[in-house]
Structures are given as structure tokens and as C-alpha cells.
Design a protein around this ligand. Structure first.
Ligand code: AMP
Ligand code: MG
Length: 405
């Protein structure tokens, strides 16, 4: 930090320069939700695979209608054994293969019984109610690209393409370390000067919500040797280590010297950001394991995780790391900071002319309440005075990636 603070963008560039996608693996379809595709998926066949009926009704050889002889039935999964000739109809159900010679399907509501074994059909448009083979996807067409997050729609598509397995990016292992003599577990009484540890649960939740697997959370007091040991174990078991607190310049801040002791190479320390100025980032080993030293204030921890660790996790998982940005109009003024960009917790709402950003009333880095209901971080540039209500800001929605169990 003595060497000066870097911008959010510069810090992200340094993080992403160190973040390599994990090796991909074959994943059974049922386990692919929340993963990221590591292959382009092309269809080996037309979808739907055959011409079929969109309605329950009668397949007819001519769209003109009239009284027709019913010569068979085509059901879903049990096609008619014969084709249609002039003057004939075949009873058909939704999804059933249309017989050879079908001109259209007349919905059952547009027919009435005729003489024995006959049906009277109204006139319909030519080709009405017939779904053509390949109307959804053509054989050979690339339907899904590597880097796509697998959600319910992707699962449906992969299943209909017949894919029992799909190659996905790896699931990053995240280890959490929190530091501070003042911390106690939730559920324990507080002694004088003590506070409950909210960062370990928060970081584990953030990592899980970002599609990572949490290997464990360790808590250490402000003690150099114990910090070294906790970080050594965390680095050994994880692809990404998030350590909170102890990363400033106080006498009891041991994280930086401990990381130096472990040979973790510093890539930056200090971002011109509020909250989150003392954020530290480094890389350990050839892998490398990425280490994020996040400031201990609960909001700083969460905000810096979102700004820096989350994009790294996306890159490791094989996804496009950059986050979506929207332009939003401020609903209330924001006091600018001359030296630091601000990540302002906001609620986003849709107005007729676009997005509106309502900053949380409390913006202190210790005020966890400011994170409740915050669905975006507005990134406010440095400046003098204030940014007036109505001004446009860039905001990054805090949309969660699918939770990976
Ligand atoms: P530090 O970054 O260690 O200087 O801590 C900054 C502030 O964050 C202090 O008020 C700490 O008590 C608080 N803090 C540090 N770690 C945690 C934690 N795990 N949970 C809640 N608050 C914390
Ligand atoms: Mg501390």
C-alpha cells in the first residue's frame, strides 16, 4: 500500500491474470446444474426427431376437410402402421408421428363424428398443427457453447439431445480463514470487547453461492505462528483461499507477514476502493492457489469477495469472468470520495426508462444491515462534492450463480 493504491479494474486484471480454468471433467447430467460447460454441444440429430402432431385430432390427407374414413391411429410412442390416402383420416394424439401423406392435423374440437367409422373434419390451413422435424434444432447445429452456465433450460436441452454426460469446468475448492482475537462463534456468549464471527459463515456462503465447494473454515487469533499454520493448511487444500481481517498495518495484523513466510507472492495490496482499501491478493505455487486477503469489516469482506474473488471463481469454473453491468439512475445523492472509488450497496428497481438504484441508507463497512436487500453494487468513480440524484451510475448486480451442493 505504501506504493499507492490501484483501481478496481487494475486489481481485477491482476486477479484474472493469475486465474486459470481448472481441468474439465465429465459430469452426469443430473449433477450438471450450476456447473459451466467446457465443450460446445452440437446436436447429432434433428429436434424434434420426426414430424409430429401439435394437437389431439385427425391427420388428414387434404386440408380441405369433409367426411373422411378413419383408417387407423397414431399415438405418442406408437406411430400408425400405414399412410394416408385421399378421403382418409388417422386419429392422432399430441406428439405422435404424423403418417405418410399428412397434409394437416385437424384438432378434435374442429371435427364431429360422421357415419360409422367416419369423421367430419372442418377445413384447416395447409400444414396446420404439424411440427416439423428439426424445427427446434437441426442436426449438426451447435446449441450450447463452452462457458455457458448450466441452468434448468440447459439441462432440458442436453437431455433432449440424448446427453447422459457433459464436460464441465471444475468446481473450485475454497478454504476460509478468519483472524481476530475478538471473535467468537455464533451461539456463544460475548465477553467484553468480543464480537461474533460473521465473516466465516459469510465467506462460506458467498463461495458456495458462487459455485465453489468450501473445504473448511478456520479461525485464528491475532498470532503470527497460528496464522501461518492455518494459512499453510488452507493453501494445501484449496484452489482459492479467502482470509479475512489482519491485513492492514496494525501491530496485530499478521496475515501479510504469514503469507510472506509461506512464500505466497503478492500481486497487489491496496485498492482505491471504499469499502475495501487494504485488500491483498497473491498467488501460491504453480497451480497457483489464489489467496485473497480481505479486510475484516463484514461489509468490506463481502464487497471485496464480490469484486475480486467472485470473478476469479468464475474464471476457474470456466465461465466468462466479467460481471454483468447495468446503467442505473440514482434515486438519492451520493457523496463522492476524492481518492477512492466506492462500491455502494443498492437496491435495483425497474422503472419505465430503465434501472433505478436506491443506495442503502447505511453505508458503513461495519453495517451488515446495508447488505440486506442489496442486489447490486453501484461503482461510483472518485470525485469532489456529490453525485446528484438522477445521475447515471454503473451497477453490478449481485445475482447469485446456481448453488452447487
Ligand atoms: P481487521 O481487518 O482485522 O482490522 O478488522 C476490521 C474490523 O472487522 C474489526 O472491527 C473487526 O472486529 C472486524 N472483524 C474482523 N473479522 C471479523 C469477523 N470474522 N467477523 C466479524 N467482524 C470481523
Ligand atoms: Mg483483526
Amino acid at each position: 500500500m505504501p506504493g499507492g493504491l490501484i483501481s478496481i479494474d487494475e486489481a481485477r486484471e491482476r486477479v484474472l491474470a493469475a486465474a486459470r480454468p481448472l481441468p474439465s471433467e465429465a459430469v452426469p447430467l443430473a449433477a450438471a446444474l450450476g456447473r459451466v460447460l467446457a465443450e460446445d454441444v452440437a446436436s447429432a440429430e434433428d429436434l424434434p426427431p420426426f414430424d409430429s402432431s401439435a394437437m389431439d385430432g385427425f391427420a388428414v390427407a387434404s386440408a380441405e376437410g369433409g367426411e373422411l374414413e378413419v383408417v387407423g391411429e397414431s399415438r405418442a410412442g406408437a406411430p400408425a402402421l400405414r399412410g394416408l390416402a385421399a378421403g382418409q383420416a388417422i386419429a392422432i394424439s399430441t406428439g405422435a408421428m404424423v403418417p405418410e401423406g399428412t397434409a394437416a392435423v385437424v384438432p378434435v374440437e374442429r371435427t364431429r363424428p360422421g357415419a360409422a367409422g367416419r369423421v367430419v373434419a372442418e377445413e384447416v390451413r395447409h400444414a396446420a398443427n404439424v411440427r416439423r422435424a428439426g424445427e427446434d434444432v437441426r442436426s449438426g447445429q451447435v446449441v450450447l457453447r463452452a462457458g455457458t452456465a448450466v441452468g434448468p433450460a440447459e439441462i432440458a436441452m442436453l437431455a433432449s439431445l440424448g446427453r447422459a454426460e457433459v464436460r464441465c469446468g471444475g468446481v473450485p475448492r475454497v478454504a476460509v480463514v478468519v483472524t481476530g482475537d475478538e471473535l467468537v462463534d455464533p451461539g456463544r456468549p460475548l465477553g467484553p470487547g468480543q464480537i461474533r464471527d460473521s465473516n466465516a459463515p459469510a465467506l462460506a456462503a458467498l463461495a458456495t453461492a458462487a459455485g465453489a465447494r468450501v473445504t473448511g473454515a478456520r479461525r485464528v487469533g491475532d498470532d503470527f505462528a497460528r496464522t501461518v499454520e492455518a494459512l499453510r493448511a488452507a493453501i494445501a487444500e484449496a484452489d482459492v483461499v479467502c482470509v479475512s481481517g489482519g491485513v492492514s498495518v496494525g501491530e496485530h495484523d499478521h496475515v501479510k507477514p504469514a503469507l510472506a513466510e509461506l512464500g505466497v507472492e503478492e500481486r497487489f495490496w491496496g485498492v482505491a476502493l471504499k469499502p475495501g482499501k487494504p485488500t491483498w491478493f497473491g498467488a501460491a505455487g504453480a497451480g497457483p492457489t489464489l489467496v485473497f486477503g480481505l479486510p475484516g469489516n463484514p461489509v468490506s469482506t463481502m464487497v471485496t469477495f464480490e469484486l475480486f474473488a467472485h470473478p476469479a471463481l468464475r474464471a476457474l469454473r470456466g465461465a466468462e469472468p466479467s460481471r454483468t453491468r447495468v446503467r442505473a439512475r440514482l434515486e438519492a445523492p451520493i457523496r463522492l470520495n476524492p481518492r477512492r472509488e466506492q462500491a455502494v450497496r443498492c437496491r435495483l428497481t425497474a422503472a419505465e426508462d430503465g434501472w433505478r438504484a436506491t443506495p442503502a441508507a447505511a453505508q458503513g463497512s461495519h453495517q451488515i444491515s446495508s447488505m440486506l436487500g442489496a442486489d447490486a453494487l453501484a461503482l461510483v468513480p472518485r470525485g469532489e462534492g456529490e453525485l446528484a440524484a438522477g445521475a447515471l451510475v454503473d451497477a453490478e448486480p449481485l445475482a447469485r450463480d446456481t448453488v452447487h451442493p
